[in-house]
Design a binder for this molecule. Structure first.
Ligand code: ADP
Length: 872
């Protein structure tokens, strides 16, 4: 069915016109779109050219010489540039296509116009004839009516006229005849016009219109053909699979395919060929430990009380890591071998051999074997550390862990020199001399003799667990001549009894801290036995001086016997005797031989000798008691240390005793001894009956005279002058830390924070600092000197004159600190002599060097007192 038969109606004609309009619009859209595509492609071509140029900006450095990958890349980029050119060409062709579409659209527009005109033309003739027929008919009707009227008139005249003649009749007849003629003419014209119209209409419908439509169809179809061709062309220029592109792609594939991993580094390797690198040498820098003799050794793990737990934890961690590595390796091998571990732990191929599969399989094998190697290395490395730590821990064996911290060594050394000399002095002075203090006093009264009951007696074998060999017998002789260092009472022998408790043995030193022990053992073969509490468990330790100090923990067998490396014995005493007599080393590794038992020092009192009477105070470490020494009936003050405190705290507690041991001054509280045989450990001191100065001041505020207050200041200055001369910085001088006896004499006490140094720098934080008593430079920079004690002494003076008031009362520590830093100083307490207040202010000089030393302070106060005494 074509246009000619199907589209004859007026509506179809109009639809055809509308359709052509729509097609023209579609054509416009296509044109715009193709134009856009051409533009896009052009831009893409430009970008692609830029990409290729960018890609060609490659490093032309020598290192890449001979690199196939570089060469391929260059070719690849060149091809990309070709691709860009092709894109540009195609885009230009698309623009041509676009022009064609424009021409087609113009032709189409013309054809549409021609069709419309032709259609109008043939339709106009038909319309004209149709109008003619209508007009002729109207004329016909008009003439027919005229005719009829004239005929009627004629008939009337004719009938009326008797003679059938007359002028009137002739006239009417004439008119009638003319009308008749007109009608007939009109009739004929009407007939002719109808006939013509019929002919024209028939031609229009059957010839002209179909002809026009048929032509129109062929024209439109030819347009469609052109249109299709144009679109085909457009598509062709956008075809990325076109041969041109395929060729480029093929060339790209070829150049990339030319990359050969095995040849890639050929030239490079050749050029840079060197012999294998020498291994890096990691060496312990010996200079690091030059100044730390003994404790730390190069490339050797340090196992001591500070590090043992850490080492054990580290060992555990490392063992875990080794296990982890092993499990991972096993899993990896199982995974690769499809769940079957292989005896030698190697990875075998799983047989996948598709073309891609071969490479990826090879890669993954390579990767897995690399991972496996890494795991093996890790395991080996960790195992090495495990072995090292194990070895170090094993080395210690039954030796007690050495103390890692020697922060008291200087102090101890001091004591060895001062304390020991004192003893010698005491020994050489059979009679007491003033200044030797309470120990001489005790000795004079025979107290020390009693205190040191049994001391210095020889180690005498009553029953040895093994028959004595000639060698041991000869040694027995020497044993009897042995002079314990601290004995001063002649050559007595120490008897050994398996019946008495260990703590009664003279060579058993109880929980004496290791630092003290080390100080007592001076010559190879010196030994003593002591107790240590580790992880809440008591251990008995044999300490020996042998190429340094060795500490052996007495091992307990399942049967309750005691041993080192040799045979077990029923008691520790027997074990020690065996070691002594046999002259066998305690452990093979240490080679330590026991030659001379070291007995307790005079300071080491027996706990059982102290009878606690009543609590008189509470200290930082435990309660303070009034007590009596059984042996001398002497009233003493005893500071106890709570058993639950950690070792470190116990050591700190004993520090006060260690410091006080060396001092002998009426204004420094005196030490009588320490009790470390058993818990609780105690410090025994002279009993100062008035108790704490602070409490005393507060209680006696009404009855205190200026003279008494000045006397207290002078006492404190005397004590401090003595300490300054000994290079001792008290660091906590305050009324609460002074004691007062019944004659108002003040004694400096509480040496818990003291340091024996000219200058002491605090580096581990400033916990529990008595801020209101502490000098600014100590607070701000942790720098302590005796001049800091001078500042505190100023506060002590203020406390004495204010009769126990709290300094800077109403101010918090930080507020007081702030104000002091901005120059504030406390006002003078009521009734304070002006000179004394002036002295206080001097003590509080911001610049430490401007403060007076204790010597000067003492002289000033002493002079003021003298003046006062003389004025009365
Ligand atoms: P810590 O040093 O443990 O803080 P202190 O030295 O401050 O202990 O003593 C606490 C209290 O015990 C003092 O305030 C004082 O009352 C009393 N005290 C301490 N030592 C003696 C002593 N030698 N004579 C009399 N009382 C003492």
């Amino acid at each position: 069915m074509g246009f000619s038969s199907a589209l004859q109606s007026r509506a179809a004609h109009e639809a055809l016109i509308v359709r052509q309009d729509a097609e023209l619009r579609l054509m416009e859209t296509m044109k715009r779109s193709i134009q856009m595509k051409a533009k896009c492609d052009k831009e893409y071509a430009i970008s692609l050219t830029a990409v290729a140029q960018q890609g060609l900006k490659i490093d032309r450095a020598d290192e890449m010489q001979g690199s196939l990958i570089t060469k391929s890349w260059r070719s690849y980029m060149d091809e990309l540039d070709q691709q860009a050119k092709q894109f540009k060409f195609n885009a230009e062709q698309l623009e041509v296509v676009c022009d064609k579409l424009t021409h087609l659209s113009q032709d189409k527009r013309k054809a549409r116009k021609a069709y419309q005109e032709e259609h109008a033309k043939i339709a106009a003739r038909l319309n004209h004839l149709t109008d003619e027929v209508v007009r002729k008919k109207t004329e016909y009707q008009k003439h027919l009516e005229g005719y009829k009227a004239l005929r009627t008139r004629f008939e009337e005249h004719y009938i009326k006229a008797p003679s059938r003649s007359g002028r009137k009749l002739d006239d009417v007849r004439d008119k009638y005849q003319k009308a008749c003629r007109k009608l007939h003419l009109t009739h004929n014209e009407y007939v002719l016009s109808i006939t013509e119209a019929i002919e024209v209409e028939k031609d229009f419908r059957t010839v002209l219109l179909p002809g026009l439509l048929e032509h129109q169809q062929s024209v439109q179809e030819s347009f469609i053909l052109l249109w299709r061709n144009i679109l085909q062309e457009a598509a062709q220029y956008g075809d990325l699979t076109a041969d041109k592109y395929k060729e480029i792609q093929k060339r790209i594939d070829t150049v990339i395919g030319a990359i050969n991993p095995t040849e890639e580094y050929g030239e490079f390797t050749e050029k840079h060929k060197t012999s294998p690198t020498t291994p890096l040498l990691f060496q312990f820098d010996e200079t690091l430990i030059e100044d730390i003799p003994g404790k730390l050794q190069s490339s050797t793990l340090t196992v001591d009380n500070l590090t043992v737990d850490w080492l054990r934890n580290r060992l555990q961690e490392l063992e875990g890591a080794v296990k982890d590595c092993q499990e991972k390796q096993l899993k990896m091998i199982e995974h690769v071998n499809g769940g079957s571990p292989v005896a030698n732990g190697s990875i075998i191929s799983n047989g996948s051999n598709t073309s891609n599969g071969i490479q990826s399989n090879k890669d993954s094998q390579c990767r897995q074997s690399k991972d496996l190697n890494a795991l093996r290395c890790q395991e080996k490395q960790k195992q090495k550390l495990v072995d090292m730590i194990k070895c170090a821990l094993n080395e210690v064996g039954c030796e007690e862990l050495p103390s890692g911290c020697d922060d008291h060594l200087t102090l101890e050394q001091n004591f060895i020199e001062n304390g020991y000399n004192n003893e010698q002095q005491q020994r050489s002075n059979s009679t007491s001399s003033p200044g030797l203090g309470i120990m001489n006093e005790l000795m004079r009264r025979g107290g020390v003799l009693t205190l040191l009951r049994g001391r210095g007696r020889h180690f005498k074998r009553k029953s040895t667990p093994q028959p004595a060999t000639p060698m041991t017998r000869s040694r027995q002789g020497r044993f009897n001549k042995m002079q314990p260092r601290s004995q001063s009472l002649g050559s007595l022998s120490i008897s050994l009894s398996t019946n008495r408790p260990l703590y009664e043995e003279e060579w058993f030193h109880g929980v004496l801290p290791r630092e003290e022990v080390v100080r007592l053992l001076n010559n190879d073969g010196d030994f003593l036995v002591r107790e240590t509490i580790r992880n809440e468990e008591s251990q008995i330790v044999l300490s020996v001086c042998w190429n340094g100090h060795k500490h052996f923990i007495v091992q307990t067998t399942g049967e309750g016997n005691f041993r080192f490396e040799g045979p077990p014995f029923a008691s520790i005493q027997e074990l020690i005797m065996h070691q002594y007599h046999s002259e066998l080393p305690v452990t093979v590794k240490s080679g330590s031989i026991l030659r001379r038992p070291i007995c307790r020092e005079r300071w080491e009192l027996s706990n059982d000798d102290v009878v606690l009477l009543e609590r008189i105070g509470r200290g930082n470490f435990g309660d303070v008691y009034k007590a009596k020494l059984k042996s001398t009936k002497l009233d003493v003050a005893v500071k106890t240390c709570r058993m639950t405190l950690p070792d470190e705290q116990k050591r700190k507690f004993l520090q006060e005793g260690r410091i006080l041991k060396q001092y002998d001054h009426p204004n420094i509280v005196k030490l009588i001894g320490i009790c470390v045989q058993k818990q609780p450990i105690m410090i025994v001191m002279e009993l100062v009956l008035g108790g704490s100065l602070l409490t005393y001041l507060r209680k006696n505020s009404n009855g205190l005279s200026n003279r008494q207050q000045m006397g207290m200041c002078r006492d404190a200055a005397a004590g401090m002058r003595y300490l300054e001369s000994k290079n001792c910085i008290h660091r906590d001088l305050a009324a609460r830390n002074c004691l007062v006896d019944l004659e108002h004499s003040v004694k400096i006490s509480d040496f818990g924070m003291s340091r024996e140094e000219e200058e002491y720098i605090v580096s581990d934080g400033m916990k529990q600092i008595p801020v209101k008593w502490t000098a600014p430079e100590a607070l701000n920079f942790g720098k302590y000197t005796s001049l800091c004690d001078v500042w505190s002494y100023g506060i002590l003076m203020w406390e004495i004159f204010s009769k126990g008031d709290t300094p800077y009362s109403g101010m918090s520590n930080s507020r007081a600190r702030e104000r002091i830093d901005t120059g504030y100083r406390m006002p003078t307490p009521e009734n304070t002599p002006a000179e004394m207040y002036r002295l206080m202010l001097k003590c509080w000089a911001a610049d430490a060097e401007s403060r007076p030393h204790f010597d000067e302070i003492y002289n000033v106060v002493d002079a003021l007192i003298l003046r006062l005494d003389n004025s009365h």
